[in-house]
Write a protein that binds this ligand. Structure first.
Ligand SMILES: Nc1ncnc2c1ncn2[C@@H]1O[C@H](COP(=O)(O)OP(=O)(O)OP(=O)(O)O)[C@@H](O)[C@H]1O
Length: 574
């Protein structure tokens, strides 16, 4: 019920269409009441031996034609208008969900499965269509039919109408029992379906690893287990559904049996005509229909509500990276970055960084060095608020990152990451992704600076060549060069290079290194590189050890001091 209100309130932009749909539903339902009435009237005329039978029958026929036309028009109007509202609301929900995903921190994506998140946008949001265009109109039709036909039955014969009510409590008890058991089962079913989507998506991304390590059997087993789990949850729900539906049909038939027996007695006593009995039985089918379909409706609503709950759960999720209400726009910065007593942990009790202090002067190049897993990438990702530290603060030009809007902060930062991601589109689009107002000249200049222009020019369609799933495959080094071009194009005052040249051969690395050295001259640059030869010219080298800064200085200073850095450098040189 809560979900129904939520859907209706959420779809308030489409109340006009829903209102028209409502009128259509009412028109069609009421017009549908006429057929049994017409049968009753015709039987009455025939049994009374009316001399005007032909003329009366024509009148009834024309009325029936009118009612049928109204019913058809109402159904069509309601169907289109309700679908119009429903499908537009589905589009709104999908957009809101996606936009919510964009606001979530990386932490959220690490703990969620991509397939599950995709399923919420594609499948679960679609349940709103079931709710608005099917469950709610059906509920109105059923309510109207039950009340309207109930009144008509009372007008035909009160005693018979009361007798036909006897089975209703039993019918209701069965449907309520059924819906209580079914709703949670449909919830489990949705979850199990999401798990399969998540697992298959994950395995498709990791297919190379599955084949390299020959884990096909295990992975097939994992998918099969999830598929069986889904089948079992579905079957449990199905068992309830399939036992209660025939039970309902049986109890409904009992009602008709009672009416036939009592109707016969009343007929014998002269209290009722044969036309009344025929009309009554024709209406009785309509009268029991809402009660019978109540369980199906509850089941349909329950399933849709379970899916929609998964959508609303995401929409309600609190973003762990929040923008303050009074956050200000960060202008283009000079580029001083300072970490003050920063403590950060992915999991409680296992800090990656603890009370870390570090100041990077504007325009300087600072290299982060340390053993693998020490927290270099983590430190870099705190600068553009992929995560917030649990304690301490990070400032850019003295301004706390939490006081500025996230978009203005990120406008000031360009990043080249270890794992390059390129979109399914042209080479040009992928480079231009770095700056939406870039001209073709800017894009080519950036490609030149990243030493990517030559290989792009050699492609059959040059910058218009499609890459990714629909186009050509690029080598790791080519991809990396495009992502460097994208970052160069962004022209931000802070540049973060996280293993940016790791996929390149030594010769190309050296060439690009020169370009990177050039572009980092007038901007603050944070470099993470395992190959220490690439960072020896950095203004400052910061060595992380444990959870804090262990050493700091230039290449020469650190070599002289004979600490961690000098040992690392020597081990690489040998
Ligand atoms: N999303 C995450 N959730 C939980 N733990 C994480 C996550 N990302 C990194 N870690 C852990 O945090 C620690 C620091 O990781 P980080 O990637 O910052 O190290 P790094 O120094 O950049 O390593 P490398 O040189 O191998 O890239 C590691 O122990 C890592 O396992």
């Amino acid at each position: 019920m809560k979900i129904a209100w939520r859907v209706l309130l959420g779809a308030r932009k489409y109340w006009l269409q829903l209102g028209i749909g409502f009128v259509g539903v009412v028109m069609a339902t009421i017009a549908g009441f006429y057929l049994p009435w017409a049968i009753r009237s015709l039987t009455q005329l025939a049994t009374e031996g009316s001399s005007q039978f032909a003329a009366e029958a024509l009148k009834i026929g024309l009325l029936l034609l009118g009612a049928t036309c109204v019913q058809a028009m109402g159904t069509s109007l309601a169907g289109y208008m309700n679908h119009y509202a429903a499908l537009h609301y589905v589009a709104d929900l999908r957009t809101r969900l996606y936009s919510k995903y964009q606001q979530m921190s990386l932490r959220y994506f690490h703990r969620s499965r991509t397939g599950d998140l995709t399923g919420r946008v594609v499948n679960d949001a679609m349940e709103a269509e079931i709710f608005i265009a099917h469950a709610i109109p059906d509920f109105i039709v059923n309510g109207l039919t039950f009340i309207g036909v109930g009144i008509l039955l009372l007008t035909i014969n009160v005693k018979l109408a009361l007798i036909s009510l006897i089975t209703i409590p039993l019918l209701l008890a069965i449907t309520i029992w059924q819906s209580k058991r079914l709703s949670p089962l449909w919830g489990e079913n949705s979850k199990a379906r999401g798990e399969i989507a998540g697992k298959v998506q994950e395995n498709l991304s990791g297919m190379k690893e599955i084949q390299i390590f020959n884990r096909q059997e295990e992975e097939r087993g994992n998918v099969s287990r999830l598929a069986t789990k889904h089948t079992n949850t579905y079957l449990r729900a199905s068992l309830f559904y399939e036992t209660s539906v025939p039970l309902l049909a049986f109890v409904t038939a009992l009602g008709t049996v009672l009416v036939v027996i009592l109707g016969g007695r009343l007929l014998a006593a002269g209290e009722l005509s044969i036309a009344d009995i025929i009309g009554f039985i024709a209406y009785l089918g309509m009268f029991y229909q809402p009660v019978k379909s109540f369980s199906g409706l509850v089941e349909m609503g329950g399933r849709a509500a379970a899916g929609l709950k998964r959508v609303y759960d995401v929409l309600e999720e609190e973003e762990d990276i929040q923008e303050k209400r009074n956050a200000v726009r960060l202008p283009r910065v000079q580029g001083q970055i300072s970490f003050q007593d920063v403590t950060f942990a992915y999991q409680d009790g296992a800090p990656v960084l603890e009370r870390l202090n570090l100041t990077i002067d504007p325009g300087k190049t600072v290299a982060l060095v340390g053993t693998t897993g020490v927290g270099k990438s983590t430190l870099a990702s705190l600068v553009n608020r992929f995560y917030d530290p649990q304690a301490g603060s990070i400032r850019v030009d003295g301004i706390d990152l939490r006081d500025v809007t996230i978009s203005s902060l990120r406008d000031n930062i360009s990043m080249v990451l270890q794992d390059t991601f390129l979109f399914d589109g042209s080479v040009y689009d992928n480079i231009a992704y770095g700056w939406k107002d870039a001209t073709r000249k800017d894009v080519i200049a950036a490609a030149n600076a990243a030493k990517a222009h030559d290989f792009i020019a050699q492609m059959e369609q040059g910058y218009d060549t499609l890459i990714g799933e629909r186009g050509v495959r690029l080598s790791g080094g080519q991809k990396q060069r495009l992502s460097i071009a994208r970052a160069i194009l962004r022209n931000a005052p802070i540049l973060i290079l996280d293993e940016a040249t790791s996929a390149l051969d030594t010769k190309t690395e050296q060439e690009i290194q020169q370009e990177l050295d050039d572009i980092s001259k007038d901007r603050t640059t944070l470099v993470i590189a395992h190959r220490l030869s690439t960072i020896r010219h950095a203004d400052q080298i910061v060595v992380l050890d444990g959870t804090e800064v262990a050493e700091m200085g230039t290449h020469e200073e650190l070599l002289r001091s004979g600490g961690i850095y000098s040992r690392l450098y020597e081990s690489q040189a040998s």
